[in-house]
Design a protein around this ligand. Structure first.
Ligand code: FPP
Length: 252
């Protein structure tokens, strides 16, 4: 059992719940949440950041090991320029305003995705948040930003091809572990659960390799409405699922 004081062991052991080691979330529906309230889409994204803070706190209390959130996909560049700028600004503000709290709560932050298209100041900020939280041993918060699963696998293939061309590895020696080590998520266990909010039922290029055996849980709430009640419903649903990883016996 964990001895981390931030983890509430009574909550963790609540009957009927199973705590995932790694939770992935496709945070969807900010725009619809705002529209339903007659507000601009940007208000939906601001409420989305609040929901993210809530989920980080829940993951700390319940002792989830890794949380990966999809916050900007490589396809999101097709949105209006103003909205793209706004989301980039939110990442900056999230990092700037929450860094101290993340450090205090022993959270380690990793930002995965392509650095291409991110300006120098944002890249410096990402490097800073990663460096300042690297030694933390609690929740690992993985923010998928400018991320696409196909692009990630393509980059990994390129890196491995370079190793082959340089004679560092023979083609027949390439294994699944070789590919895993070349992904952005190297060293992070695969997600046990991938949640998507807002009733949509797609992967949308999120953790394509890593999600091969994840339990997919779709919730109807838009992302800004995701709260502890939704979180507990997800954990209960997960507890009821039988994971076989292609085999025939349940793995607990
Ligand atoms: C999902 O709703 C929105 C996004 C994936 C982008 C913005 C994400 C956040 C504000 C959460 C935290 C972000 C950061 C940077 C820390 P949508 O715009 O796709 O909603 P819609 O499908 O209803 O239009």
């Amino acid at each position: 059992m964990s001895t981390d004081p931030a983890i509430d062991s009574d909550l963790r052991q609540r009957p009927g719940l199973r705590i995932p080691r790694h939770l992935g979330v496709i945070m969807d529906g900010n725009g619809r949440w705002a529209r339903a309230r007659g507000k601009p889409r940007t208000e939906g994204h601001i409420a989305g950041v609040k929901a993210l803070r809530r989920l980080v706190e829940l993951c700390i209390r319940y002792g989830v090991g890794h949380l990966t959130v999809f916050s900007f996909s490589s396809e999101n560049w097709t949105r209006p320029r103003d909205e793209v700028n706004f989301i980039f600004g939110l990442l900056r503000r999230f990092v700037a305003s929450d860094l101290e709290k993340l450090v205090r709560n022993n959270v380690q932050v990793r930002i995965i995705g392509s650095r291409q298209g991110l300006d120098d100041s944002l890249q410096r900020l990402i490097a800073e948040v990663e460096a300042k939280t690297r030694a933390n041993t609690g929740l690992q918060l993985v923010v998928a930003f400018n991320y696409g699963g196909k692009a990630e696998i393509t980059e990994a293939v390129r890196a491995i091809a370079r190793d082959v061309a340089a004679g560092r590895i023979a083609p027949d020696a390439i294994t699944e572990a070789t590919v895993e080590q070349a992904l952005y998520t190297s060293g992070i266990p695969d997600p046990d659960i991938i949640i998507r909010t807002s009733g949509e039922r797609r992967f949308s290029n999120f953790l394509l390799w890593q999600g091969a055996y994840s339990e997919l849980i779709f919730v109807e709430e838009n992302w800004p409405d995701f709260d502890e009640t939704t979180f507990l419903r997800v954990l209960e649903e997960y507890a009821g699922r039988e994971r076989r990883f292609g085999g025939i016996e349940a793995i607990t």
